[in-house]
Design a protein around this ligand. Structure first.
Ligand code: ZN
Length: 233
């Protein structure tokens, strides 16, 4: 079976990440990879663990245009939360263009994957939870990464789903204005980490580096362990 390079790389980053307990302890996560022509995004399906993704299962291929169009849709913005989240799931399914069984859902976090770089790894590791759940976490992260040419983007807490996607659209836009590129590192308050890079290898390297840097530094004094069940994967 010949499979697209983006899918092959997605399976690799998912399996490698999913088997690394330092990365997934604290509760799963999701991954994605965009095709070279910029038309499609392969993304982890919800309900499959990262380590179990294979050429046959655990992913969907989505048309990026359809995913991104939802964010500019004023009608969705006006809908009541419950109805909106149902409508979003329906439209995310419509954006899937592949031969996978119809009942398999793409990650509900597909929107922020679509907005970021080519390879995206999103996790909820304990080492990150210690910072994003602490009052002083933001300051400490800023201090820790102050030597980086492109600083991480901090996203203040917002309800997951559409609200978070809208907020990220604004913040990523502002980051791009300021730095001339998309953020490689995103910290979501009370939620987790997103890493993105132009190659699969670079995304793996970056995620390991961030976790190692965070684990090697002193955790904020007031950190609390988050409940992994809170987050979709
Ligand atoms: Zn998440």
């Amino acid at each position: 079976m010949t499979i697209d390079l983006a899918l092959r790389e997605l399976i690799r980053i998912s399996n490698v990440t999913g088997k690394d307990t330092a990365l997934v302890q604290g509760g799963g996560g999701n991954t994605s990879a965009k095709t070279a022509d910029g038309r499609f995004m392969y993304i982890k399906a919800s309900g499959t663990a990262l380590k179990d993704m294979s050429p046959q299962r655990g992913w969907r291929r989505m048309e990026l245009k359809g995913v991104l169009a939802m964010l500019g849709d004023a009608e969705l913005g006006r809908m009541e939360t419950f109805a909106r989240e149902n409508e979003i799931v329906r439209r995310l399914m419509l954006a899937c263009k592949d031969e996978m069984p119809a009942g398999i859902r793409p990650s509900v976090e597909a929107h922020f994957h679509a907005m970021l770089g080519r390879y995206v790894i999103h996790l909820h590791p304990l080492a990150v939870g210690a910072y994003v759940n602490a009052k002083g976490g933001r300051k400490q992260i800023e201090k820790l990464f102050q030597g980086e040419k492109y600083p991480p983007l901090w996203v203040p807490y917002t309800d997951p789903g559409y609200q978070l996607a809208q907020k990220m659209k604004r913040l990523i836009g502002a980051y791009q204005e300021e730095h001339g590129r998309k953020p490689a590192l995103v910290f979501l308050e009370k939620h987790g980490l997103i890493v993105s890079a132009e190659t699969a290898e670079a995304s793996l390297r970056l995620v390991r580096k961030v976790i190692a840097d965070l684990a090697a530094s002193d955790y904020p004094a007031d950190f609390i362990i988050m409940n992994p069940q809170d987050w979709a994967n």
